[in-house]
Write a protein that binds this ligand. Structure first.
Ligand code: ZN
Ligand code: ZN
Ligand code: ZN
Length: 107
């Protein structure tokens, strides 16, 4: 199993051959934002459920359970920004939008 940028594909016990993500080396290290909010939702006056942070540029936006799904919109609008991590307290996982894969910290 290879690890790049601190993330690795989460093992899926239902699969004999594990899937791979070729975007892991694009993941950078970003500090948690000082203010936890979705800027796009604040500007639009909409609410969000959970927050995700793009692992390519550090942009914070709302999750797929939120009405506006700004994190997904960010990935769609910016080619190559396929990785986003959860910044909810107690959660340590990330997601690859290109592969629909769960990632976990490699360390
Ligand atoms: Zn990927
Ligand atoms: Zn939002
Ligand atoms: Zn980004």
């Amino acid at each position: 199993m290879s690890a790049h940028g601190g993330w690795t594909v989460a093992t899926d016990p239902g699969l004999v051959v594990q899937r791979t993500c070729e975007h892991l080396d694009q993941a950078g290290e970003f500090p948690l934002p000082a203010v936890r909010e979705c800027e796009d939702c604040r500007a639009a006056g909409t609410g969000w459920v959970h927050l995700r942070q793009c692992l390519v540029c550090g942009h914070v936006a709302c999750c797929d359970s939120s009405p506006k799904r700004h994190a997904y919109a960010h990935a769609q609008a910016h080619g190559g920004h396929d990785l986003a991590r959860s910044i909810e307290r107690g959660e340590e996982w990330a997601w690859c939008y290109a592969d629909d894969l769960f990632l976990r910290p490699a360390r």
